[in-house]
Design a protein around this ligand. Structure first.
Ligand code: ADP
Length: 251
């Protein structure tokens, strides 16, 4: 059972250090099917490391990372990555490729028929409200928010069952950000995918995620629905973290 598993991503007793710096310590966590889980925590708490473990970019020192019901086979990472939509801060678009070429990159690598690629691009651009005449533009001709939408289309082209988002909305201004949030929520309603979203913004996490995982210094300090965490912070750290962020929002 590859795609059919009800737990698409699972970490069991995972530890990882960079030299003497512990990034994650004995982390066990499962990410539920077709739900959005936000990973939040202060800078340096291990959020990016967690995402990079899931796409095999880094390997655990101890423990097992399973994706789609199987321990990651580090000799077969390209196959794994084709099943994962990955979007990072700054979009990672290729500046010398048009919007159309950026979005279709993975589909062309997979040698999809041209007609199928074209129709899929149109659907995706419609989904994120990008005008179709943007196809021939280059990234530098687009605003930050538009580039981000192109990045989302690119992550979605192969219809991955799993999305990994590492602060993908971090660099956007507040208005663009809330527009992209709306698109994200819309897409998750139409076609729910297992999504792991790293963010340092609790408000974003509450808005977009079904479940929150809070990290501190490489350890998971709470995992629950946003409501449950807000109502019952598991420790003084979580309470302070939540209050600090919520107070920030009122400014
Ligand atoms: P976050 O995403 O929450 O900011 P990271 O996962 O990036 O946290 O980092 C966790 C810890 O590991 C931090 O102390 C960070 O400095 C360290 N770290 C991350 N990447 C590297 C690396 N490539 N080399 C050395 N230390 C790293």
């Amino acid at each position: 059972m590859v795609h059919g598993t009800s737990i698409p991503v699972e970490l069991k007793n995972v530890s990882l250090s960079y030299g003497s710096q512990v990034a994650l310590r004995d982390l066990s966590v499962a990410f539920p099917l077709q739900k959005t889980t936000a990973v939040i925590g202060p800078s340096g708490s291990g959020k990016s490391t967690l995402i990079q473990l899931v796409n095999g970019l880094v390997r655990p020192d101890n423990g097992v990372v399973s994706v789609f019901g199987r321990a990651i086979d580090y000799a077969q990472l390209s196959g794994l990555r084709r099943k994962i939509g990955y979007a990072v801060q700054g979009t990672g678009l290729f500046p010398h490729l048009t919007v159309e070429r950026n979005i279709s990159l993975l589909a062309r690598l997979k040698k999809w028929p041209v007609a199928k690629i074209h129709s899929r691009i149109d659907v995706l651009m419609g989904l994120v409200d990008l005008p179709l005449d943007y196809k021939s533009k280059y990234p530098f001709q687009l605003s930050g928010g538009e580039q981000q939408r192109v990045g989302l289309c690119r992550a979605m082209i192969l219809e991955p069952k799993l999305f990994l988002f590492d602060e993908p909305f971090g660099a956007l201004d507040p208005i663009t950000r809330s527009e992209i949030h709306r698109e994200f929520i819309k897409i998750q309603k139409i076609s729910p995918r297992t999504t792991i979203l790293v963010t340092h913004d609790l408000r974003e996490a509450i808005k977009l995620a079904d479940r929150l995982i809070i990290l501190n210094q490489g350890e998971m300090v709470q995992a629950d629905s946003p409501d449950a965490i807000l109502a019952n912070p598991a420790s003084e750290f979580v309470e302070k973290f939540v209050h600090m962020q919520l107070d920030d929002f009122r400014k």
